[in-house]
Design a protein around this ligand. Structure first.
Ligand code: NZQ
Ligand code: ZN
Length: 387
């Protein structure tokens, strides 16, 4: 087993009707009464969640900041940073999905940063967020696991960029996970959530055989559970049993547990972020486009683990089961209503392979994947095959 360290300080409050606990958890987290509630484009208002939160927080001094977009935009977030500085906000409550939560992670780090925070996202040498205003979350869509991890992904569409940030400062203090919100999600977002959770698990599992038998079986449990509940959630999002399993799977897929003691890949995500930045495809769609093609191109590296995945997750037993598992995975995404080629989403994408290759070269991303051997030629080929 590889060496590892793990510390996840986020308190998870899971289940229905837990919001009355919010004032107490806020008071435990900060002595400040000045709270910023950050949310997205209106769904939290529409489903009545914001009204409930306002009612619970009547003894706090609340400022609201709405309009954080899916794939949160740097320019929008900087407006919130200004408001937080001006009002001396002491705690931020993110009400939303991965985009709002990631946006809040960025805001919390940028508030006390002197200089242009974009430098941090560009990972310029010595440019780091060194403090963060504490924050908590009320999750509205099970997908990213952002509610229980310390990563964030921030977009700047004027530059066609999507960049990652993170570090131990950026764990939420608490996260409220109420599976009832799943009932309000459109089919596209349900499918996206299932796909993203599935892919987070695959990125930490479909590498090469490891000695961490527990982590391998935990990953297989998440994958099998997602396969079992996906049709149920899509058929009836108000099925609480299915919804609560989806929410817990999505959390488990990226709360840090599955990476313990095992190699991880993440190349599908790195390529996928570029597809979102360049062509605006949803995050989960980008993963469904890249994943099957990456598994084909890196088949030699991954064939043993693919065979294990085929057997334990898809119950395939034939000699060709490793290849068949790639097809099963693609069919699974398609069964959720997600298309798996870039040209399904954008007509003007024929130059994508070269653009993405060049971007990776500029950033010196020349050795990704679990064996640090994903070459630029392979990146180009994966995107070409994914068109
Ligand atoms: O903006 P509103 O009106 O709230 O609508 C949102 C948005 O349009 C809607 N929605 C959310 N909850 C809803 C709802 N609609 C109805 N009822 C509800 N209860 O869903 C749409 C998508 O929301 P978003 O937050 O963008 O979805 P998701 O949670 O999938 O987050 C995607 C973002 O997270 C990043 C992605 O790159 C992307 O920017 N990721 C973050 C990660 C992390 N921090 O760990 C890891 C992931 O790999 C991912 O990269
Ligand atoms: Zn993801």
């Amino acid at each position: 087993m590889l060496n590892f360290e793990i510390q996840n300080p986020t308190k998870i409050v899971f289940g229905k009707d837990q919001l009355p606990k919010l004032p107490q958890y806020l008071s435990n987290a900060t002595t400040s009464k000045k709270i910023l509630i950050a949310y997205g484009g209106g769904s939290a208002e529409k489903i009545g969640l914001l009204a409930k939160i306002r009612a619970e927080l009547k003894d706090f001094e609340i400022t609201e900041f709405g309009g954080i977009e899916p794939n949160p935009e740097f320019d929008t977030l900087m407006k919130a940073v200004e408001i937080c500085r001006e009002k001396q906000i002491g705690f931020i409550l993110a009400v939303g999905g991965g985009s709002v939560i990631d946006g809040v992670k960025f805001i919390s780090g940028a508030i006390n940063y002197e200089g242009d925070p974009w430098e941090v996202l560009l990972r310029l040498e010595g440019k780091l967020f060194t403090s963060a205003v504490p924050f908590g979350t009320v999750l509205t869509i099970p997908a990213t696991g952002s509610e229980a991890n310390s990563g964030a992904v921030i977009s700047r569409s004027s530059l066609k960029e999507k960049r990652t940030m993170g570090g131990p400062l950026f764990f939420p203090v608490f996260s409220f996970l109420d599976p009832s919100v799943v009932a309000t999600l459109p089919k596209r977002q349900l499918a996206n959530g299932i796909t993203d959770a599935f892919m987070h698990t695959l990125e930490q599992y479909l590498t090469y055989p490891t000695d961490n038998l527990l982590q391998e079986r935990e990953a297989e449990a998440v994958l099998s559970t997602l396969i079992e509940i996906a049709p149920k959630v899509l058929e009836d999002p108000s099925d609480y049993k299915a919804a609560s399993n989806l929410m817990w799977c999505a959390n488990h897929a990226l709360n840090g547990n599955l990476r313990c003691g095992v190699p991880t890949d993440w190349a599908t995500h790195m390529i996928g972020h570029e597809l979102t930045a360049l062509y605006g495809v949803d995050h989960a769609q980008s993963l469904a486009i890249v994943c099957p093609r990456l598994l084909e191109v890196k088949f030699e590296n991954k064939k043993e683990k693919l065979a294990q995945y085929a057997k334990r997750v898809w119950n395939l037993t034939g000699e060709n089961r490793a290849q068949e598992a790639i097809q099963q995975t693609e069919t699974f995404f398609q069964s959720l209503g997600i298309k798996t080629h870039l040209s399904d989403y954008s007509d003007a994408c024929s130059d994508a392979p070269t653009i993405i290759r060049n971007r990776f070269a500029e950033r010196n991303w020349v050795a990704m994947g679990e064996r640090q051997d994903l070459a630029l030629d392979e990146v180009e080929l994966i995107v070409k095959n994914a068109l």
